[in-house]
Design a protein. Structure first.
Length: 277
């Protein structure tokens, strides 16, 4: 079961989806000397653990220079992946799609498996005003979730709406020490992406011919004793039916060969019934 090699890049896609929400945030910083000359600042976004950003900020050897670690800044990271039992569905159900490379085959994979992906988004600012300007551009879009449409498995044409839920937000004041110590405020947003994971894509040949034999049950004894011990009563052969001009038909005499009928065609059912008794 675990020997199949496959990769749908789903965790990478989910991470990109979260980053896309925060990659175009700008704030307008007012000029104290000239109120008409405000500065529009693009807030940079990085994928990085919060601890790494804080370490880089605090370990800068020259804390007095004008530019060190640029603030404001936003970082995000994937913290946790957990199975979501509340969204569980029947795992034996199959998702079926046409095989574009072979019309006599179909592709399938078993049902999606629900997982919750926990992200932390951190907003780093030097003053409370920058922080509130950024946070107020984020919170109104979560009520408490926002949905993004994503093509998860292109090979199977699977497109789903993925909810991204804002679980909570906290503010940390990291200023400790003397006047030589930088002051930083960090807004931490806890976000859960309710995604899915999919197994490998497999293929099967399409069944175009069904042959069914019916037996007469004996008057005494179990019905299963009739199979192989009594003669066939009725034989039913079922095939797809399609005329030469593409019209579905139930008459096998008007149908083209089943080998020429594809899964995506609009075909009917043809049955040939033979009675032996």
């Amino acid at each position: 079961m675990l020997g199949a090699t496959f990769y749908h890049s789903l965790i990478r896609k989910y991470t990109t989806m979260v980053g896309t929400l925060f990659n175009d945030i700008k704030i307008e910083r007012e000029s104290e000397s000239d109120p008409t000359n405000n500065q529009l600042i693009q807030v940079p976004l990085v994928y990085s653990p919060k601890e790494k950003v804080l370490a880089r900020y605090n370990q800068d050897p020259n804390i007095d220079r004008e530019f060190s670690v640029i603030l404001p800044m936003i970082s995000f990271e994937l913290l946790d992946v957990r199975y979501d039992v509340e969204r569980k569905t029947n795992q034996l159900n199959k998702i079926v799609s046409l095989d574009a490379t072979n019309p006599n085959k179909k592709k399938y994979q078993y049902n999606k498996v629900p997982y919750n992906f926990k992200f932390r988004v951190s907003v780093y600012v030097k003053n409370t005003e920058d922080g509130t300007r950024i946070v107020e551009q984020i919170l109104p879009y979560f009520s408490p979730d926002i949905s993004l449409t994503a093509e998860l498995v292109p090979e199977m044409n699977i497109v789903l709406d993925i909810p991204i839920v804002l679980d909570g937000i906290e503010l940390d004041d990291l200023y400790e020490g003397d006047f030589k110590t930088r002051k930083m405020f960090v807004w931490n947003l806890s976000i859960t992406l309710k995604g899915y994971l999919f197994g490998p894509v497999k293929s099967n040949s399409i069944i175009k011919f069904a042959n069914t034999d019916l037996y007469i049950a004996p008057s005494i004894g179990p019905i299963r004793d009739a199979v192989g011990n009594t003669g066939i009563s009725v034989n039913i052969q079922t095939t797809p039916g399609l005329t030469a001009n593409g019209t579905p038909t139930n008459n096998p005499n008007n149908s083209i060969s089943p080998d020429l009928i594809n899964l995506g065609d609009n075909w009917g059912f043809c049955q040939v019934i033979k009675e032996y008794i």
